[in-house]
Design a protein around this ligand. Structure first.
Ligand SMILES: Nc1ncnc2c1ncn2[C@@H]1O[C@H](COP(=O)(O)OP(=O)(O)O)[C@@H](O)[C@H]1O
Ligand SMILES: CC(=O)N[C@@H](CCC(=O)OP(=O)(O)O)C(=O)O
Length: 300
């Protein structure tokens, strides 16, 4: 066989292997809910954004029930900057006074959410944009932290609206603004919202797309990826300071959702094209998988 024919044969073999590798996962996850959190730096590149939306539509088309929770921290920062308001953070959370809360709501609910909904529509999916206020999805309460303003925690999740939409073939797209019993709006970290929604739905998977390979032993060194940890090891990584900054709410929400019955949580690199498909439908997966120990499936 000449070189060209050999190259074509190998390329076809790879394509066929990847496609056929997906079958058991499509069968296993049919009808199951996958909560995806998409945010931060991984949202900045528009070509990548299109691919993420196509992947979400792919999940829906092959029978999974994707729910997309989005952040938008960099876009909030850019609008605060345009308005001459200084962005401030404490322990990875945005200090949210009343004017900042207005900007957070306008940017996340009014801009980022609708942009994602329309990208999903363009990719052929049926998306519906929501924030915590819609259908009483999320009730907020204030975070117990001095001087952080209108930063909220989740006090209740009402999954009815999500189940109604998902069971009718719609893809819910959720932004992380919610209100308390009195109607006061709160800014909630989007990872936290994703984890609470995954837990309330008993999701198959919680997948956090971010701008690093996953959890790194040294976050400045990409070669130090930790492919798999259990809940106890994940807590130790926070306690020892290996996990810091914005990675803390991610690991915490994974641990909380696993403790409440989610089967597996993943922190993966949203900068890799089609990272979601690689994680869900291939044998090796990518990024870091956090599991309750009895749930370990891949990467043994
Ligand atoms: N051990 C760690 N492994 C990987 N990233 C870490 C770690 N500790 C801290 N980080 C930081 O967490 C960041 C991800 O959190 P964040 O910026 O809030 O993400 P997003 O905007 O996607 O929500 C990484 O870019 C990295 O700087
Ligand atoms: C309380 C808090 O910090 N809320 C976040 C909500 C958006 C978010 O989580 O966006 P990323 O996922 O892109 O970081 C914020 O205001 O930036």
């Amino acid at each position: 066989m000449d070189n060209d024919s050999e190259y074509i044969r190998q390329a076809e073999a790879t394509r066929v292997r990847v496609l056929s590798e997906a079958l058991p996962y499509i069968q296993q996850f049919a009808g199951r809910t996958v909560v995806v959190k998409y945010g931060g730096a991984a949202m900045k590149d528009s070509a990548l954004k299109d691919k993420v939306m196509r992947d979400i539509v792919f999940l829906s088309c092959v029978g999974l029930r994707p729910i997309l929770v989005h952040g938008g921290g960099p876009e909030i920062n850019s609008w605060l900057n345009k308005l001459g308001i200084e962005a401030q953070f404490k322990n990875g959370l945005r200090v949210t006074d009343a004017p900042t809360m207005d900007v957070v709501e306008m940017v996340l609910v009014g801009r980022v959410n609708k942009e994602i909904v329309s990208l999903i529509s363009r990719a052929g999916g049926l998306a519906v944009g929501l924030c915590g206020k819609d259908g009483n999805l999320i009730t907020a309460r204030p975070q117990d932290q001095e001087g952080i303003g209108f930063v909220g925690e989740v006090s209740n999740v009402n999954i009815k609206i999500l189940e109604t939409l998902s069971s009718s073939g719609y893809i819910p797209v959720v932004s992380s603004v919610a209100a308390d019993d009195q109607g006061q709006a709160y800014n909630i970290n989007a990872d936290t919202i994703a984890g609470e929604i995954a837990a309330a739905l008993g999701a198959e998977k919680l997948i956090l797309l971010t701008d690093t390979q996953g959890i790194l032993k040294d976050y400045k060194d990409p070669s130090t990826l930790i492919p798999k940890v259990d809940i106890r090891e994940a807590r130790e990584l926070i306690a020892s300071g290996v996990v810091s900054g914005g990675m803390i709410p991610k690991v915490n929400c994974c641990v909380r959702s696993l403790a409440q019955g989610v089967s597996a949580a993943h922190i993966i690199d949203g900068r890799i094209p089609h990272a979601l498909l690689l994680e869900i439908f291939t044998d090796v997966g990518i990024g870091t998988m956090i599991s309750g120990s009895q749930f370990a499936q891949k990467r043994e």
